[in-house]
Design a binder for this molecule. Structure first.
Ligand SMILES: Nc1ncnc2c1ncn2[C@@H]1O[C@H](COP(=O)(O)OP(=O)(O)OP(=O)(O)O)[C@@H](O)[C@H]1O
Length: 326
């Protein structure tokens, strides 16, 4: 295990930002810390970096107790949302900075900078100033700079947070490829579940200072530990007092299945290849259902029609507002 966080608690005055956090982050893996704003993700990342000290608990990096080590002795690379660049230095100089202050030989620095700029697809911009780059290019430069000194651990705090949706999506794919090429143990803070699902090998869901669940994107989506994780990782609806994903609700036009819940289609929206229904049940629940256009057409669905709903076989069903025993 590369990073072992054991029993970490952090308070700011009376406020408990992290409470008894225990997580193991394996070497070479890309882990996302995912959760709502204020949940404690950045605090945990800053504790790993050594920028904050936990009140209790320990942090070990590659078997070494790093709890009291200053940041510069931890060999971590760090990239923030708004990355501080040296504005008067070229892209190449920015990337070279960490190596130059470590007094590495000039030839070695030049070779390493070339290699890194190639890796982040910025070779042709080596002699530009950071102000002449786009936001996405600047964050790629920031990553090259963080990687230059060959960190044991790379820590990224919402590195693409300030960029527009399209650039964010491109950078996500790019980060995944970069990680496959240079498999440095990477911890990535995000509040965007799609970003975490797309990029991470493993996701740590953090809410109100506690770890709700740790698992692969598939595990969290298919086997959420509780209703919080389920609703944070995808759309949910309530059916008969339980939570289920809208595409996991089976619709029938006759009461065939035992326990099927009767309702009326109050609204029917066609969006691309999907049809989205709002069904008002006889018990007064509003259930969202998503099905394909072909399926909806096959059933002959229309607004005002009576339907019977059941969770699809194999659907993830979680009791609303109660943790699921796993
Ligand atoms: N230095 C500090 N002093 C006081 N409170 C702090 C400090 N740093 C963080 N907090 C509080 O701790 C809580 C967790 O903050 P943190 O930045 O870790 O959350 P986060 O999950 O990263 O949220 P976001 O996605 O908004 O960055 C917040 O309520 C925040 O206000």
């Amino acid at each position: 295990m590369s990073i072992e966080i054991s029993g970490v608690t952090k308070r700011f005055g009376d406020f408990v930002a992290l409470e008894d956090v225990n997580v193991s982050l394996p070497t070479g893996q890309l882990t996302a810390l995912l959760g709502p704003s204020g949940g404690g993700k950045s605090t945990l990342l800053r504790i790993i970096a050594g920028l904050e000290t936990p009140d209790t608990g320990t942090v070990a990096i590659e078997g070494v107790d790093a709890t009291r080590l200053p940041p510069r002795k931890r060999n971590v690379g760090f990239v923030f949302q708004h990355y501080a660049v040296f504005k008067h230095m070229t892209v190449a100089k920015n990337v070279a900075f960490g190596l130059e202050i470590r007094k590495r030989p000039k030839v070695e620095v030049a070779e390493r900078v070339d290699e890194l700029l190639r890796l982040v697809h910025l070779s042709q911009f080596a002699h530009r100033l950071p102000s002449q780059l786009s936001g996405g290019q600047r964050q790629r430069m920031a990553l090259a700079r963080a990687l230059a000194v060959e960190p044991t651990v790379l820590l990224l705090d919402e590195p693409f947070g300030a960029l527009d949706a399209k650039v964010r999506k491109e950078l996500r794919e790019w980060l995944r490829h970069l990680h496959d090429e240079v498999p440095v143990t990477t911890v990535f803070v995000t509040h965007d579940q799609e970003e975490a699902m797309e990029v991470a090998d493993e996701i740590v869901v953090i809410n109100e200072g506690r770890v709700e669940q740790v698992g692969s994107p598939d595990e969290l989506y298919d086997l959420p530990a509780n209703d919080f994780v389920m609703s944070f990782l995808g759309e949910v609806t309530t059916l008969g007092g339980t939570q289920v994903r809208p595409h996991d609700v089976d619709v029938a036009t006759a009461p065939r299945a035992a326990g099927a819940i009767e309702g009326t289609i109050a609204r029917m929206l066609r969006i691309g290849f999907e049809v989205r229904l709002t069904v008002l049940t006889v018990a007064g629940e509003e259930v969202s259902v998503v099905l394909t256009r072909t399926h909806a057409r096959g059933l002959g669905l229309e607004e005002g029609a009576t339907v019977w709903l059941t969770p699809a076989p194999g659907a993830t069903v979680v009791p609303a507002m109660r943790p699921l025993a796993v």
